[in-house]
Design a protein around this ligand. Sequence first.
Ligand SMILES: Nc1nc2c(c(=O)[nH]1)N[C@H]1C(S)=C(S)[C@@H](COP(=O)(O)O)O[C@H]1N2
Ligand SMILES: [Mo]
Length: 259
Amino acid sequence: MNRSDKTASGAGRRRFLLQAGASASALWLAGCDKLSQSRWLPKVLDSAETLNLHAQRALGSSTALALEYTKADISPVFRANGTTNPNNPVYQKLAANGFKDWQLRVDGLVQQSLQLSLAQLQAMPARTQITRHDCVEGWSVIGQWTGVPLRQILAMARPQIQARYVVFHCADPMEGDSDPYYESLDLTEAVQPQTILAYHLQPLPVANGAPLRLRAERQLGYKMAKYLMRIELVDSFANIGDGNGGYWEDQRYAWYAGI
Ligand SMILES: Nc1nc2c(c(=O)[nH]1)N[C@H]1C(S)=C(S)[C@@H](COP(=O)(O)O)O[C@H]1N2
Ligand SMILES: [Mo]
């Protein structure tokens, strides 16, 4: 991208915001310009996705919460999808023992690596939310989740200044593929109040990701990694899986799955 391209797209964005009557801050515009100039963007996001991300963020939904429902709205059964029982001997052993020996590792570009047991996570301040899960396959289900806001974990681990993404490593190898499921969020999505590491869905069955799974309520279902084993802070996805930021992203799904 040459200099005049950058100027033109910057001006276009500002016009768009003025027309939309959005009160986006100068800070956000600066942030968008930085983002669009960075090296990794063309690789990670296709152009439609980039537009979606920029439009959503620019119009203020970087802080908007997903709709929350009432107990009366909760679906009788929370449908399970993808892996429903990880085919992994390490996981099976942990499950057989009620996850007493399971630990979540938090590492990568952090100042303080962590190892957290389920009991430690359950002792932390928790958030409960009744939200709608939307799968890209075209079904939705409403459930009540309780878990630790991811931002509390990040505050404990203290990401290094160059950290950009939070990568979620899971226990389940995918069908016909020995690679485990993984997903990622950028730091903006990671610190949303509704982005939680959930351990309770009336409680949390194995089929739905026990002992711990991600809920990122403004995103499509495939972003919400189940069977969490490790959270890694990174500045690039290049060396993880096929380099696109998630198991389904490596099969050409969009990385930014905002709804
Ligand atoms: N580890 C892991 N996480 C995963 C999946 C998976 O197969 N393995 N499937 C994803 C998809 S496509 C959806 S729709 C949701 C399904 O969550 P549920 O089983 O609680 O409905 O989990 C997501 N997270
Ligand atoms: Mo899904």
